[in-house]
Design a protein around this ligand. Structure first.
Ligand code: NAD
Length: 286
């Protein structure tokens, strides 16, 4: 597998990170600003969270811009791109990181909730690319677009269908985008980030009322992240190292990713019927 493109020097460049008010996005912003000396644009729908992260990073000397942004709204992402351009100029790194979880039997999840998760997890990434890629292509400078898929992007699991589906979509989108950049001989590196379990509040943040099955699933997932999850700081460090090294496939848990990829490949090549005893992505690490 050729996973290596030419390296992009992120040091000192401009980074735009969506979902930067918490979890992996916040950790990426911290690492980019404090360790790589990047000028960082923090984008999130949570304005109070943005203010908290920005105050802390500014106090440590970081060069920042915060923009309240709803990634699901194309106009909001266009505003983010315009403000970034005005304030900092060309973007070296865009991380389409914002994402949410939803749990429940697929047919019981209300339409509005399906639209919400697909709006953020899938359209949010597409909106990011549409808003930032044209200027990146025009600049001709080496730069990176990293899209947040998941180990769930190469596996299947019940009760998480909408999330799993959204992460498969982000991975397929990123692969197609990479080919399109090749067709253009563009200097824009596309990377698909497939984190394994990372200790964040993603399951606590589910706003919808959960039935018993979904609530139990949430408890299991929260316990799993709590006991087996990597810290967001460690995840951010390894993600940024792999992005800098020019990798398309970016993983916080390389061995787990390899195992899940092989399992998925076996499943597809044998055209096996999905079975409940197939390990799900996160259970594999438990
Ligand atoms: N935590 C894990 O184990 C894990 C594993 C694989 C992939 N991921 C992916 O990593 C990304 C970050 O997840 P996390 O675990 O840090 O979650 P998190 O809940 O800790 O943080 C997500 C951030 O996204 C923001 N956000 C939500 N909706 C938004 C919107 N419409 N517009 C802008 N911002 C919005 C939230 O306010 C929050 O600050 C997600 O895409 C998630 O699917 C996480």
């Amino acid at each position: 597998m050729n996973n290596q493109a030419s390296a992009v020097n992120l040091q000192g460049g401009v980074a735009v990170i969506t979902g930067a008010a918490a979890g992996i996005g916040e950790a990426l912003a911290r690492e980019a600003a404090l360790q790589l000396g990047m000028k960082v644009v923090l984008a999130d729908i949570d304005e109070a969270g943005l203010a908290r992260v920005a105050a802390d990073l500014s106090a440590q000397g970081a060069s920042l811009l915060t923009v309240a942004t709803d990634v699901a709204d194309a106009a909001s992402m266009e505003r983010l791109a315009a403000k970034t351009r005005e304030h900092f100029g060309s973007v070296r790194l865009l991380v389409n990181n914002a994402g949410i979880e939803t749990l429940g039997f697929s047919w019981e999840i209300p339409t509005a909730q399906w639209e919400k998760i697909l709006g953020i997890n899938v359209h949010g990434v597409v909106n990011g690319v549409n808003a930032f890629a044209p200027a990146m292509l025009d600049s001709g400078q080496p730069c990176v677009i990293a899209n947040m898929s998941s180990i769930a992007g190469i596996s299947i699991a019940p009760i998480q269908a909408s999330y799993v589906m959204s992460k498969h979509a982000v991975l397929a989108f990123s692969e197609c985008l990479h080919l399109e950049m090749q067709m253009k001989s563009a200097n824009v590196q596309i990377s698909a980030v497939l984190p394994g379990p990372v200790k964040t509040q993603i399951f606590e943040c589910i706003e919808e009322q959960l039935d018993t099955v979904a609530a139990e699933h949430r408890q299991q997932m929260m316990a799993l992240l709590d006991t087996n999850g990597m810290s967001a700081e460690a995840a951010a460090q390894t993600i940024l190292q792999q992005l800098s090294a020019g990798k398309f496939w970016v993983s916080t848990h390389p061995e787990m990713t390899q195992m899940m990829a092989e399992q998925r490949a076996r499943h597809l090549s044998s055209l096996a019927t999905p079975a409940l005893d197939m390990e799900s992505a996160f259970e594999a690490d438990a």
